[in-house]
Design a protein around this ligand. Structure first.
Ligand SMILES: O=C(O)CCC(=O)c1ccccc1C(=O)O
Ligand SMILES: [Mg+2]
Length: 364
C-alpha cells in the first residue's frame, strides 16, 4: 500500500452558509499485487471528516503496519486498523476504495455490480450544484445548467437573509420554468423560527426539499418542520454524527444525503442507503460527493448505481473543478455515466503531480 498527496482547484469557489471551498486536497491510495493495481482516493474536508494532517497520519500508520499478502476486504481492514480508522473516514474511504477497485477488477465486474447492484445501470440522474450568489449570479448559473440539460438544480441558501434567498429562488423559478426541480441546501444555517419562515417563503418557488435547514443535532426540530410543510426535509450534516437508525425512527427526514467520503467508504455508504430504502416510512437516499476528485466521484457514482435510487444525486461536482486527476465520468442531459469497465473504471489514470486540465465548456 502506498499513497501520494494531490491538490486540485475549483474553477470558481463554492460558497455555502458554512464555508467557501476553493481547493480540494487529498491522497491517492494504491494497493498493488503482482498482477493488478487498485486505486482509491482520500479527500478529507475539515468539518465533515478528519483534517488533511490526521488523514495523512492515519494513512502513514497503515502503510507502516501493512502486512496483507493479498488484497484485504473491508472487514479485514477494520479488523487490522479499526482503531486508526475510527476517526478517519476519508482515510478509510481511500483505502477501502483501492481494495474494492482491485477486487472488482479481479472479479471482472464494474464496482456497482461487485458491491451488489443487481441490474445493469448505465447512468444516474444528477443535480447541478449552484453556490451562494447574488440574484443575477444565481439565475445565470441556473440558466447555464438547464441549457446543458440538467432538469434538477440544487441551490445553496442560508448565507443571506430568508427574504434574499426567497428572491433568488423565485427568480430562478421564473427563469427556468416549472418543469425543473429546484432543491436547496441551508447547511444548518437556521434556527427553528427562521427555518419555518424560510419554508413558507420558499413555497412560491416550488422547492422540492431543503437540505439541513437546522443544526445537525436538532432531530426533533427537523421532525417538527417536516410535519408542518409541503416542502421536504433532507438531512446531510446530521448523518455524519447521528446513528441512521435514530434519524429513521424519529421520522426526521424525507431524504437522506449519503456522502461516501464522510461515511468512511463506498461500502458504508451503500449500507446506509439500503437502510434508508428499507425504512418503513420510505426515506429516499441521495448520494453526493464532498467535491472529490475523479476516483472518489466515480466511487460515489457506483454507490448510486448499486441501489435503486431513482431521484437525482449530487454527483455532478466534477464540473466545479478546474483540474482533475483523471477524466471522470461525464454528464449528458442531466445524467452521469456509470463506468462499465471492471473496477472503479476511471480512465486516463495519471500521477498525482500531473492533474488533467478540464475544458470548462461542455457540449449540450
Ligand atoms: O449535493 C451536491 O449537489 C454537491 C455536494 C455539496 O453540495 C457539498 C459539497 C461539499 C460539502 C458539502 C456539500 C453539501 O451537500 O452540503
Ligand atoms: Mg448538504
Amino acid at each position: 500500500m502506498r499513497f501520494e498527496r494531490f491538490s486540485v482547484a475549483l474553477s470558481d469557489p463554492l460558497t455555502t452558509a458554512s464555508t467557501t471551498i476553493t481547493r480540494r486536497e487529498g491522497f491517492l491510495v494504491w494497493i498493488e499485487t503482482e498482477t493488478r493495481c487498485g486505486i482509491g482516493e482520500s479527500t478529507p474536508l475539515a468539518g465533515w471528516t478528519e483534517s488533511i494532517a490526521d488523514c495523512r497520519d492515519a494513512l502513514s500508520r497503515i502503510e507502516d503496519g501493512w502486512a496483507f499478502e493479498t488484497c484485504p476486504s473491508g472487514q479485514d481492514i477494520d479488523a487490522a486498523f479499526g482503531d486508526v480508522l475510527r476517526s478517519a473516514p476519508a482515510a478509510r474511504h481511500g483505502l477501502t476504495l483501492a481494495c474494492l477497485d482491485l477486487r472488482a477488477k479481479r472479479a471482472r465486474q464494474p464496482l456497482y455490480r461487485y458491491l451488489g447492484g443487481r441490474e445493469r445501470v448505465t447512468s444516474v440522474p444528477v443535480n447541478a450544484t449552484i453556490g451562494d450568489g447574488s440574484v443575477a449570479e444565481t439565475v445565470t448559473a441556473a440558466e447555464n445548467a438547464v441549457e446543458q440539460g440538467y432538469s434538477c438544480l440544487k441551490c445553496k441558501v442560508g448565507a443571506r437573509s430568508v427574504e434574499e434567498d426567497a428572491a433568488r429562488l423565485r427568480a430562478v423559478r421564473s427563469a427556468v420554468g416549472s418543469a425543473v426541480e429546484l432543491r436547496c441546501d441551508a447547511n444548518g444555517a437556521w434556527g427553528r423560527e427562521q427555518a419555518t419562515a424560510a419554508f413558507e417563503a420558499f413555497e412560491d418557488a416550488g422547492v422540492s426539499y431543503v437540505e439541513q435547514p437546522l443544526s445537525p443535532t436538532d432531530i426533533e426540530g427537523h421532525a417538527a418542520l417536516r410535519a408542518d410543510t409541503e416542502i421536504g426535509v433532507a438531512l446531510d450534516e446530521t448523518v455524519r454524527t447521528t446513528p441512521i437508525t435514530r434519524v429513521l425512527a424519529d421520522q426526521a427526514a424525507d431524504v437522506l444525503i449519503i456522502k461516501p467520503m464522510v461515511l468512511g467508504g463506498v461500502d458504508r455508504a451503500r449500507a446506509t442507503a439500503r437502510l434508508a430504502h428499507a425504512a418503513q416510512t420510505d426515506v429516499t437516499p441521495v448520494v453526493t460527493t464532498t467535491i472529490d476528485a475523479a476516483y472518489a466521484r466515480a466511487g460515489a457514482i457506483h454507490v448510486g448505481a448499486s441501489v435503486p435510487t431513482v431521484i437525482a444525486c449530487g454527483l455532478a461536482t466534477g464540473e466545479l473543478l478546474d483540474t482533475d486527476l483523471a477524466c471522470g465520468p461525464s454528464v449528458t442531459r442531466g445524467e452521469i455515466a456509470v463506468p462499465q469497465t471492471a473496477g472503479v473504471g476511471v480512465c486516463g489514470e495519471t500521477a498525482t503531480g500531473n492533474p488533467v486540465g478540464r475544458s470548462k465548456t461542455t457540449d449540450a
